[in-house]
Design a binder for this molecule. Structure first.
Ligand code: AQP
Length: 350
């Protein structure tokens, strides 16, 4: 679809970008500023694959009906935020069987110790009883490595929290290449300078997360109505310094977080942002301005989202187009992996 069109207009090969997002709850402002907004802004320059990683979402228990709803809802958010199906292949991971196959093949070359050291696993495992925790939770980064490596992605744009997983994908790619010969492009994580880590509005010491999006005051959800956004921002934790400027001081991380959100949305420099608040009378003014820029950024997304969710057949059609493109790239790659490992391909060698 898009690749041939894009390549005719521009003979230089475009860098391929792959990134994913889990349908694990309502998409929150951190997902948008740390990931989705950047995907949209750069989609004209790249060859884009964006994956709704439902197989990752089931590494923790999900209600089946809710998962189905969240998967389509996330697809609608991605298109509503501006991913254009003629420029970006948006697809559901489980619609593309090579992802699960690649995960198994890569499992067999990935030492368990590498997985046990992952910060996200350790964080999640800390609160879970080992008898109840799924093997999938430990294996999550191998599935993610497969996602990335199948597409020979040059760049993987992610928020700071996912950087370690992309580095692991690099290690797995290098190990496979060493064992079986050059098979994979070794990917680079691309971390946006601003928006890389949006913190919880109720607790700025932990990152804003979809899984906590239902907790009052934690997150702005992309589908929140303006009044709800206003209420959430008004409730945001600040401090008693009453000084509106950027700071590394952990005690002032609430104000820093609000300023960071304002900075990414407006695209202003640090100095310009601080100037905007030079004559502010206090944190009330800061919260009012932050609320306003969030509302005007999200209002058109919400409006398009509502339209898209009204036409599920069209949404599913767009996702099928994305899956077909994804299979066209990942199918031959998984066959190449199998052949290098020594598996007999159905119908003969490549
Ligand atoms: N708070 C955040 N700030 C900046 N970027 C963030 N991302 C997530 N939270 C923030 C980025 O969003 C993309 C998609 O994330 P994901 O769905 O793959 O999983 P996640 O990182 O685990 O996101 P959540 O919202 O915290 O989901 P749950 O609660 O299900 O674990 C990634 O690029 C991520 O960096």
């Amino acid at each position: 679809m898009n690749q041939s069109v894009a390549h005719e207009a521009n003979p230089m090969p475009r860098k391929r970008v792959l990134s994913g997002i889990q349908p694990s709850g309502d998409v929150q402002l951190g997902n948008y500023l740390g990931a989705i907004k950047g995907w949209v802004d750069r989609q004209d320059e790249k060859d884009n694959f964006f994956c709704i990683v439902d197989l990752h979402a089931i590494t923790v228990p999900q209600d089946p009906n809710e998962l189905r709803h969240q998967t389509r809802s996330l697809a609608a958010i991605l298109f509503a935020a501006g991913l254009d199906p003629s420029k970006s292949n948006v697809f559901i991971q489980s619609h593309v069987p090579p992802h699960a196959e690649a995960c198994w093949l890569l499992n067999c070359v990935t030492p368990i110790g590498w997985l046990e050291r992952m910060t996200q696993f350790k964080d999640k495992a800390r609160n879970e009883n080992r008898e109840r925790m799924s093997t999938g939770l430990l294996d999550y980064p191998v599935l993610m490595a497969g996602d990335i490596l199948l597409y020979s992605a040059d760049e993987v744009p992610v928020g700071e929290d996912q950087k370690q997983h992309v580095e692991l994908a690099r290690d797995i790619a290098e190990r496979f290449n060493r064992l079986f010969g050059d098979t994979f492009v070794v990917p680079e994580p691309i971390i946006p300078e601003a928006g890389a880590r949006v913190m919880g509005l109720d607790d700025p010491s932990r990152k804003m997360s979809k899984s906590f999006a239902d907790i009052r005051g934690h997150a702005v959800r992309l589908i929140d109505e303006p009044k709800e956004i206003e209420r959430t921002i008004n409730r945001a934790v600040t401090d008693s310094y009453n000084e509106i400027r950027f700071s590394d001081d952990p005690e002032r991380s609430g104000v820093n977080n609000l300023l960071g959100i304002y900075k990414v949305i407006t695209g202003k420099t640090t100095e310009e942002v601080e100037n905007d608040f030079a004559s502010a009378r206090g944190y009330g003014d800061l919260k009012r301005s932050v609320g306003e820029v969030i509302i005007s950024e999200l209002a058109p997304i919400r409006a398009r989202y509502v339209q898209l969710m009204d036409d599920i057949a069209e949404l599913d059609r767009l996702l099928s187009l994305g899956a077909a493109q994804a299979i066209a790239v990942s199918g031959p790659k998984v066959d190449e992996m199998k052949e290098r490992i020594g598996l007999v391909l159905q119908g003969g060698e490549l």
